[in-house]
Design a protein around this ligand. Structure first.
Ligand SMILES: *Cc1c(COP(=O)(O)O)cnc(C)c1O
Ligand SMILES: [Zn+2]
Length: 428
């Protein structure tokens, strides 16, 4: 259950101790989270991470494999990532941004969220470590992705979720044949239980004992943003936060690109988005704390509902260090955000994307983000998984069926537009 590698290994950010490569999430000495540390000089000497080397790679996250913890001999198989970066002119017009882009991970392969990135890197390591059963504690999207990718790799999956998760996210886990356990509690209860199970049963939990490897997968979203902007960094990034991992890893990705000379050095401000019903990180940012105060989640944005986020304190510090900010929005604003993105850009995102869209609008309104700055908004999940959030918004769902005749269609259009002709009203 251990392997060595020339270019990377686990390292404690607090005390600097290194641990090689093994399933371990925290430093046994100081209990701080471990992170994968690379020998950037060696990688530069090897010439494996240059614009040309990347351009010659496949159109998926494996084009960046030289800066991912991928064990030697692992043959990447799934074309994960390389999702569209789209210019959002219509949304920009509405909320006040001239250089607004959407990184659209709602169409990530294979399970329609950014979690496919982290899971593919974690499972490469799970196989190398020899785990027969993998799993996770999940707020939904992670469950879907672990179940799907484990099926493909022929690994058994055991997945734990809070009992009240959206039905679509439960179905999207079970369909792959995964063992799913609903826990009577919130995500933080589930996560604590997984820590105990991982030791007792020798399971590879992607976001528990494989967490340092898992988290590195998020960097690929940052590499893609820079490459898709023409090897340029944006001025601002707006990112949803659950455990606070993605937002930190985007920064790590940008810093690595600068260190290896792939992009010009420039300051990038990071903006975090949460739902008010679970906002420990945005609260910490606004208070200027270096810690977070855990909350009991109560929001429709279930994929972001982590009340005690593992990377919360680090994310809060990082956001403020970059000159960024964080905001949180109500559930009503989340639903409006989903609709606004769909109506302006034709992208149907889940509740987390509603959070991010609504927070972005607020950041422009507050003047935290300026109209002419290049701003990338991370849309991380797909609306088809959280349709219950829109229940009751569209009375059309039970509108009457129209007879297949032109006259009936015309009459129906009038009804919809509310212009009933007098004689039709009289005839009723
Ligand atoms: C997990 C998740 C996030 C945030 O992830 P963290 O890295 O834990 O902050 C954002 N959006 C969606 C849709 C997610 O599923
Ligand atoms: Zn340590």
């Amino acid at each position: 259950m251990e392997y060595s590698c020339q270019t990377y290994q686990l390292k404690c950010n607090e005390c600097g101790r290194t641990f090689g490569n093994r399933p371990l999430s925290g430093c046994p000495e100081c209990l701080a989270p471990l992170e994968v540390h690379y020998d950037l000089d060696l990688i530069q000497q090897q010439g494996r991470f240059t614009r040309a080397a990347i351009a010659a790679g496949p159109f998926n996250i494996w084009r960046y494999a030289a800066l991912l913890p991928i064990p030697e001999g692992f043959e990447p198989d799934l074309p994960v990532g390389f999702t569209p970066l789209v210019r959002a002119r219509n949304l920009g017009k509405r909320i006040g941004g001239d250089q607004l882009f959407l990184k659209n991970d709602s169409v990530c392969f294979p399970t329609l969220s950014f979690k496919d990135r982290v899971v593919s890197v974690a499972l490469a390591n799970a196989q190398k470590f020899g785990f027969e059963t993998v799993g996770c504690s999940s707020t939904g999207n992670l469950a879907n992705s672990v179940a799907a990718q484990a099926a493909r790799l022929g690994l058994k999956a055991c997945i734990l979720i809070p009992a009240d998760l959206e039905p679509a996210k439960i179905l999207n886990t079970l369909v792959y044949g995964a063992r799913l356990v609903r826990i009577d509690g919130n995500y933080d209860h589930v996560n604590r239980l997984c820590t105990l199970i991982a030791d007792e049963y020798s399971y590879g939990f992607v976001n528990v004992n494989l967490r340092p490897y898992y988290a590195e997968g998020s960097k690929t979203q940052g590499y893609e943003i820079a490459e898709q902007l023409g090897w340029r960094l944006p001025d601002n990034v707006v990112c949803p936060m659950a455990g606070g991992s993605l937002i930190r890893k985007l920064r790590k990705a940008f810093n690595e690109l600068i260190a290896l000379g792939l992009v010009e050095d420039k300051p990038v401000r990071f903006f975090g988005a949460q739902a008010t019903g679970c906002s420990p990180i945005s609260h910490s940012v606004r208070e200027g704390w270096d810690y977070i105060e855990p909350q009991r989640p109560n929001t429709i944005a279930r994929s972001l509902a982590i009340g005690n986020p593992a990377d919360g304190p680090a994310a809060s510090k990082m956001i403020r260090a970059t000159g960024g900010w964080a905001e949180d929005v109500s559930d009503v604003e989340v639903v409006s955000g989903i609709q606004e993105l769909a109506e302006t850009e034709g992208i149907f995102t889940e509740t987390a994307g509603g959070v991010t869209t609504a927070v972005t609008a607020r950041l422009y309104a507050l003047g935290r983000i300026h109209r002419d700055q290049t701003t990338v908004v991370c849309i991380t999940g797909n609306g088809l998984k959280t349709t219950d959030a829109l229940a009751g918004r569209f009375d059309h769902l039970d509108a009457r069926a129209v007879r297949p005749r032109l006259a009936d269609f015309t009459e129906y259009l009038r009804e919809l537009d509310g212009v009933l002709e007098p004689e039709l009203v009289a005839a009723d």
